[in-house]
Design a protein around this ligand. Structure first.
Ligand SMILES: NC(=O)c1ccc[n+]([C@@H]2O[C@H](COP(=O)([O-])OP(=O)(O)OC[C@H]3O[C@@H](n4cnc5c(N)ncnc54)[C@H](O)[C@@H]3O)[C@@H](O)[C@H]2O)c1
Length: 253
């Protein structure tokens, strides 16, 4: 079953982690993908991995762009529509993280987190909506479990993801007339370069807090989030819009 045969997908954050796994999953199901990221090398690796999959009839076009750069986003969305012959699905995955106690939180931290996580997502939604078809268009935005669950030392990140969630719920309501679905997805902990970064848990923090919010299932593999994104973006989720799709291994219970 290739749920994405002939489906044109614009995907951000495709050079690593969840975005790369999503590119591979959607390509394996037949999608034509326009993949955006700031990392040229990472994008090339994602495209190579997708092409190496034995059952990957979908093609990947890559474009280096910063999701916070408005002219670059406008140009990327227009080129995606031109290259693919339209856009059926937008998946916003690009994001950044910062763990810091409130005492050392800076305005730069706040601006960076909101700029990439919220503004980048919002800009791609606005631009892709110029091309998404009424009736079948889909947007999947990556929020986080941190949007609805307290996460120590992640106040700014959590707030930026709460903003992505709120933005997505209101956009879903606004687009019901066009019958374009908007699905925010909220992963719990996922094993990716983001969570493996050496500064994920700066020295001196009480990491014991984190054991209380983790899933007994452990961290997810990026492929487990990609499969949920594929569901949300597919016609299997045709009645699914404006509701947070939590993929957290029970960490929220
Ligand atoms: N890993 C987790 O535990 C986890 C949990 C919940 C939500 N998320 C969210 O999932 C998404 C993907 O995270 P990941 O774990 O795969 O991280 P990752 O660091 O592996 O991948 C993030 C990708 O976004 C790209 N990116 C960052 N800033 C960008 C910008 N300004 N313009 C374009 N691309 C940019 C990076 O280059 C990278 O390829 C993020 O939005 C993250 O907040 C991750």
């Amino acid at each position: 079953m290739n749920r994405f045969d002939g489906v044109k997908v614009l995907l951000t954050g495709a050079a690593s982690g969840i975005g790369r796994a999503t590119a591979r999953r959607l390509a394996a199901e037949g999608a034509a993908i326009y993949a955006v990221d700031v990392s040229e090398q990472g994008l090339a690796e994602t495209a190579a991995q997708a092409a190496a999959q034995t059952n990957a009839p979908g093609a990947i076009t890559t474009r280096v762009a910063d999701v916070t750069d408005e002219p670059a986003v406008i140009a990327a969305a227009a080129d995606a529509a031109d290259t693919l012959g339209g856009i059926d699905v937008l998946v916003n995955v690009a994001g950044v993280h910062k763990t810091t106690p409130i005492e050392t939180l800076t305005v730069d931290d706040l601006n960076r987190l909101f700029s990439v996580n919220l503004v980048g997502t919002a800009l791609f939604c606005r631009e892709a909506l110029k091309f998404l078809p009424d009736g079948t268009g889909v947007i999947v935005n990556t929020a986080s479990l941190a949007a609805t669950q307290g996460n120590p030392y992640m106040t700014a990140y959590a707030a930026s993801k709460g903003a992505v969630l709120a933005f997505s719920l209101s956009l879903a309501a606004e687009l019901t007339g066009r019958r374009v679905r908007v699905v925010p997805i909220s992963p719990g902990a996922v094993d990716t370069p983001l969570t493996r970064a050496p500064d994920m848990f700066p020295d001196g923090l009480d990491v014991g807090y984190f054991t209380k919010i983790r899933s007994y299932f452990g961290a997810a593999d990026p492929e487990q989030i990609a499969s949920a994104i594929a569901f949300a973006a597919s016609s299997d989720a045709a009645y699914f819009t404006g509701a947070d799709l939590r993929v957290d291994g029970g960490a929220h219970t």
